[in-house]
Design a protein around this ligand. Sequence first.
Ligand code: SF4
Length: 428
Amino acid sequence: MQDNLTYEGVFMTTDKDKVKRVKLKAASKLNQIMADYFYELDAAAKAKEPKIAWCTSVGPAEILRAMGFLVFFPENHGAMLGASRMATDLLPIADAQGYSPEICSYLRADIGAYLSKTTPIAKSYKGIEGVPRPDVLAFNTNQCRDVQDWFTWYAKKLDVPVIGIHTHRGVGKVTQNHIDSIATQLKDLIKPLEYISGNKFDLDKLKQVVALSKECSILWKKVLDTARNVPSPFTFFDGTIHMGPAVVLRGTQQANDFYQLLLNELEERVTNNIAAVPHEQHRIYWDGMPVWGRLRDHSELFSDLNANVLASTYCNSWIFSAFDPDDPFNSMARAYTELFIVRSDDFKETYIKEMLNAFKVDGIIYHDAKCCPNNSNASYGMPQRLERATGVPSITINADLNDLRLISDEQTKTNVEAFIEQLEENQS
Ligand code: SF4
């Protein structure tokens, strides 16, 4: 795999002066199950069975799996394009198709990759030539409208059916009306999916998949919650890589086995007082998306300053606490609507305040991603309001998830160093 896709480092202090980087034992298992996942999809695409669905990252994956589809996630591919830094060359190709440089750089990198007939999957996994061709495309606009445009582009290009859920945005209190409208749309997917898959819908099968997804969600939350410990055994940067199975294999036993393994290892680190960042002095919250092409650089920038970015809204996006196998449609509707990205600013502020307390945070980084206002919260005064309410200072990094042309590394480094210096002064 590409260098940045196998970010596996955590740090431990072996003696006072020498810092040694050690690999999480679970990382080799992670690489293996991600490889198995892509090879299984490739084999299905070649054999034309089982059928393949492309799905947006937060759903409706459970329904697709229950209907017998293997599921591929273009956003995961977008992140791979960013982490491998292939995106930078591919974005202008999509821009030339009429996509504004201001819109989703996952969408543009992915479409650029398709038009260039290239993919990091082929570079990383011998024998795979391209992404698996879909039999159906299923989107959910709970995160943004871009996914609908993205999937519709492929529907036309590949002559494949596209179906979708249109959700509410800016939701304060989640009401029964919200749940009813989304649950109805989820149920409406069944008929076309029966037709495309050739399989009859089986409610018990859906309940099993939702039960597995719920278990995955519980384990992933426990993994992230190990960072509540002082010092933390895990970083946000570890989380962005290790969340892979929660995104692409949610609803399978493999994902759950992996998270149990990772959790055991992190709990062992807590018991043995092993820090992800040696001499952890500052505990930072990250709001927004990672800069995929700079994961390692950012990880090292913070750890060199004895700062651990250890909690985030982003990694929490794959926690679906509301899933209930006994009530799959309503609980999926609730879980997909309760997500942070779907909610009002009031809700988001209350949520972040709770996170700051729970993870004992002393500073916040807002990543204002130029191409994803949906996942950026720095433009409407939230940093100032939260700082007034909590006293926790913050800075905003102007960058992007995939478009490295929008990033000034020098500026980021200078700003982060000044911010950590400010935290040090606050502590003294
Ligand atoms: S939420 Fe942002 S990054 Fe994700 S698909 Fe939408 S615009 Fe792209």
